[in-house]
Design a protein around this ligand. Structure first.
Ligand SMILES: *Cc1c(COP(=O)(O)O)cnc(C)c1O
Length: 346
């Protein structure tokens, strides 16, 4: 890439090996379940997560919506974090399309939800109230700055959900980053959940696609929801071929992205006027000091115009700059970024 794109890991391009595998992929009509490459990807994903079955979906958003529509009746309510991706960044699809009412609880700084808050958000059995059906967790937590959520916490929520007769869904868009951060198997992070989604794109570099997993019966219903949402593809093996490389090879190198994010944070922290706000997994968030000669927007604009370096300004109250490392960001790139930031601020 002749530009350096740190806005997100979603910008990662497929690798050379992925492009070759895509060109050679064996395909069939996946709506007839005839695509051998999709079938293999689904079977392998289910096995890696210790789940009964899996379905390939076009995006994480579609996977989450298929999951909620398959677990819930119209009019049901679900408990999710007030900063969760499902609630904040999926256009309210659950309500708009699924007729599902979200009830939010505060996301803690570590990306978790307090069990006390969850308990208070469960509606009583009262005909005035919707039926509470499900708890949604997110791992890693996007709005909490890429916070990885531990197996111990997830297991505690799973047990709580079971005791209350609720379903646990995990939006695990970056769950392999959490597995890398804790040095555990994703099976442990998924244990006790009724369904889990993860993204093949983002840090895993596939051009598109996510996987939704759960029981056989749940996945059968999720396939129906996927069809209604327009997500049933035909020769999807072209995409699944890249997905297989994401699943079998790319997931094992995510610790490199985390090391690079750490290096980036270290390098930037030496620059006067840069305050590192957080660095978790492959995320780095920083702010500019009040004395800085540029506003956040002018700073991001100069990096882009002068150095072809892209970062995301974003604000939740204070204005911050967000970066995410990925496969195409190596140590040399990081040195260039640190030098460029230093020069636009001096
Ligand atoms: C990216 C992301 C999704 C899904 O995004 P798509 O762009 O629809 O694939 C869902 N949840 C989280 C936490 C994400 O970061």
């Amino acid at each position: 890439m002749e530009y350096i794109d740190l806005r997100s890991d979603t910008v990662s391009h497929p690798t050379v090996a992925m492009r070759e595998a895509m060109a050679k992929a064996r395909v069939g009509d996946d709506v007839y379940r005839d695509d051998p490459t999709v079938n293999q990807l689904e079977a392998d994903a289910a096995e890696i997560f210790g789940m009964e079955a899996a379905v390939f979906v076009t995006s994480g958003t579609q996977g989450n919506l298929c999951a909620l529509m398959s677990h819930c009746q119209r009019g049901d309510s679900i408990i999710v974090g007030d900063l969760s991706h499902i609630y904040e960044f999926e256009q309210g699809g659950m309500a708009q399309i699924g007729g599902i009412l979200p009830r939010t609880v505060p996301v803690q700084a570590d990306g978790t939800l307090c069990l006390d808050d969850i308990e208070k958000a469960i509606y009583p059995d009262d005909e005035h109230k919707p039926v509470t059906r499900l708890i949604g967790l997110e791992n890693t937590h996007n709005a909490a700055g890429g916070m990885p959520i531990s197996a111990a916490y997830t297991t505690a929520v799973a047990e709580f959900a079971r005791n209350k007769g609720l379903i646990l869904h995990i939006d695990g868009a970056r769950i392999f980053n959490a597995a890398a951060a804790y040095g555990v198997d994703v099976k442990e992070l998924a244990a006790g959940a009724h369904s889990v989604t993860f993204c093949l794109s983002k840090g895993l570099c596939a051009p598109a696609g996510s996987i939704l997993m759960g029981s056989h019966d749940f996945i059968r219903r999720a396939r129906r929801a996927r069809k209604a949402l327009g997500g049933s593809l035909r020769q999807a093996g072209i995409l699944a071929a890249a997905g297989l490389i994401a699943l079998h090879e790319m997931k094992d190198r995510l610790h490199e992205d985390h090391e690079h994010a750490m290096l980036l944070a270290e390098g930037l922290s030496e620059i006067p006027d840069i305050n590192i706000e957080s660095q978790n997994t492959n995320f780095v968030v920083f702010s500019l000091s009040q004395r800085a000669k540029l506003s956040v927007d002018a700073f991001v604009g100069s990096l882009r115009a002068e150095y072809n370096i892209f970062m995301s300004p974003y604000s939740r109250g204070e204005k911050h700059v967000r970066m995410r490392t990925h496969y195409w960001i190596d140590k040399k790139v990081i040195e260039k970024v640190v030098a460029a930031v230093s020069s636009v601020l001096s």
